[in-house]
Design a protein around this ligand. Structure first.
Ligand code: BGC
Length: 370
């Protein structure tokens, strides 16, 4: 009985997510260099969120959100090894204050794929020094943001290492570099563990985890894919996590319904993703779930059906504590440039004007209805 009532007291977090490089603008790091070298679209000013975060959070508040996930940009904070930029650290203090003032619980991601040039130049995530350096960054941020409770050390290490060390279409651009793939995964796992220890030493209330991209592989015989993509990294970090984040976008089934990026829309897959990750027996947060839909004619139904699938999983005992739509505002979509539109809020990249999409209001109603 007691457990029942204490469970009910837990706040359910509803919000949206962003990442520094995709929205802030004006960043110089391994990705901006990679874009230039490979003649890709440059992220440039992106959504100018670095200067407009207060306005953007005001919108999130009006949309009924009670939480927000964002990432800090390592290359701003530590532009040269061991040199921390106080002005940039203050920027993220201001971000957290702006969230708190609007009743939004901050969820801070420490690494959403971009790294400073000095870190890249010493071998990036394959360097033995990487875990210690990442833990130092984590300690610095935990000192700077003492009232932040939720820390996501790593965003989708599985997607990053697959693109960066196997496909080679993202930094560091290695193709089928299997040994480096393995080393990078191990270093990332060690970086997470070290960072978690440091953050928890500095902040007794902190909860620290990662967020993992999960695909539902529906076909029989896809256990190997399921293992390597969904579980390998989570197993590497073992019990060293206070929660487990899940980013879910699609399954491998053709459902006849597709997003602008041709991803198969499959809300049922989210239920399967939650069930498969429930084996780690940690509280689960859905830190990303979203759709590229420039016309905004599928997004409302997308959110409704995925939240429905999440609620079914919760009724069946899955301990889900939050849902974050990807993303709050349109943003720079890595190798795909500015084409795909994931935002609840549309951005006019010529004027940087914000326009709240209809589906954002549908999401607001879903939030109010729970
Ligand atoms: C990433 C985001 C990205 C989104 C949509 C996720 O895998 O974490 O950075 O924008 O997918 O492609």
């Amino acid at each position: 009985m007691e457990r029942e009532s204490s469970k009910k007291d837990i706040t359910f977090y509803w919000g949206a997510a962003t990442s520094s490089y995709q929205v802030e603008g004006g960043n110089h790091n391994d990705w901006s260099e990679f874009e230039r070298e490979h003649h890709l679209t440059e992220s440039g000013l992106a959504s100018d969120h670095y200067h407009r975060f207060r306005d953007d959070f005001e919108i999130a508040k009006d949309l009924g959100h009670n939480a927000h996930r964002f990432s800090i940009e390592w290359s701003r904070i530590e532009p040269r090894e061991g040199e921390f930029d106080e002005k940039e650290i203050q920027h993220y203090r201001d971000v957290v204050t702006a969230l708190r003032e609007r009743g939004l619980e901050p969820f801070v991601t420490l690494w959403h794929w971009t790294v400073p040039l000095w870190f890249r130049d010493q071998g990036g995530w394959t360097s033995k020094k990487a875990p210690g350096q990442f833990a130092r960054l984590a300690g610095r941020m935990a000192d700077a943001l003492p009232d932040v409770r939720f820390w996501i050390t790593l965003n989708e290490p599985n997607v990053y290492t697959a693109h960066g060390y196997l496909r080679g279409n993202w930094p560091p651009g290695k193709k089928w570099a299997l040994m480096q793939y393995r080393t990078a995964n191990r270093m990332l796992a060690s970086a997470h563990k070290k960072a978690r220890v440091v953050i928890r030493q500095k902040n007794k209330n902190a909860e620290v985890g990662i967020t993992q991209n999960v695909i539902w592989f529906s076909r029989r015989g896809s256990w190997l894919k399921d293992f390597f993509f969904n579980h390998y990294f989570v197993r590497l970090i073992g019990g060293h996590q206070d929660f487990l984040g899940i980013n879910y976008y699609f399954s491998d089934r053709g459902t006849g319904q597709y997003s602008d990026t041709s991803w198969s829309i499959d809300p049922e897959g989210l239920g399967h993703a939650l069930n498969t990750m429930a084996r780690y027996k940690k509280p689960i947060y859905i830190f990303e779930n979203g759709i590229a839909d420039a016309k905004d004619d599928k997004r409302g139904e997308f959110i409704l059906s995925h939240v429905g699938s999440m609620k079914d999983a919760m009724h069946n005992g899955c301990d889900v504590r939050g849902y974050f739509y990807w993303s709050l505002i349109d943003n720079f979509e890595w190798d795909k440039g500015f084409g795909p539109r994931f935002g609840l809020v549309e951005i006019n990249y010529e004027t940087q004007e914000r326009h709240v999409r209809k589906s954002a209001l549908a999401y607001k109603q879903i939030i109010e209805g729970l």
